[in-house]
Design a protein around this ligand. Sequence first.
Ligand code: 2XW
Length: 134
Amino acid sequence: SLACYLSGELDVEPGECIKVKGKIQSDAKGFAVNVGKDSNTLMLHFNPRFDCHGDVNTIVCNSKEDGMWGEEDRKADFPFQHGDKIEICISFDETEATVKLPEAEFKFPNRLGMEKIEYLAVEGDFKVKAIKFS
Ligand SMILES: C=CCO[C@@H]1O[C@H](CO)[C@@H](O[C@@H]2O[C@H](CO)[C@H](O)[C@H](OCc3cn(-c4n[nH]c(N)n4)nn3)[C@H]2O)[C@H](O)[C@H]1NC(C)=O
């Protein structure tokens, strides 16, 4: 179930920011923010997991190329709690994507060498309040 997605009409360039504001559901199992070219070609699948796919309180990041998942990257920090209202800021350059939160920052390599983000999708137990581009 996709909370929302914008596809094909976006043109986010290096250094620009995608701000996704919303609320993590109080019984969230997990949610994901996906950015890239389309649903089969993702620069970043940013997937905080409270309790799903066998992971507890773990952020799983990955890329997707031609519909195939890449190598997962599990982050050490988990700065999320059920019911949190958060704003996630995603930016990128030729080498990496950056996910900025109020008290944490995560990096993930730009494995596909993407030069623009045309696709954004939010899925899972997260209620989107606003999406801003700056
Ligand atoms: C140990 C068994 C084999 O490894 C497991 O393999 C699973 C399947 O590939 C991995 O889960 C996938 O991991 C992907 C990132 O690498 C994605 O997170 C994938 O979920 C994609 C997804 C979720 N959703 C979704 N829509 N709405 C909701 N709630 N979820 N839509 N697409 C997950 O199903 C899972 O992360 C992986 N676990 C480990 C420890 O490697």
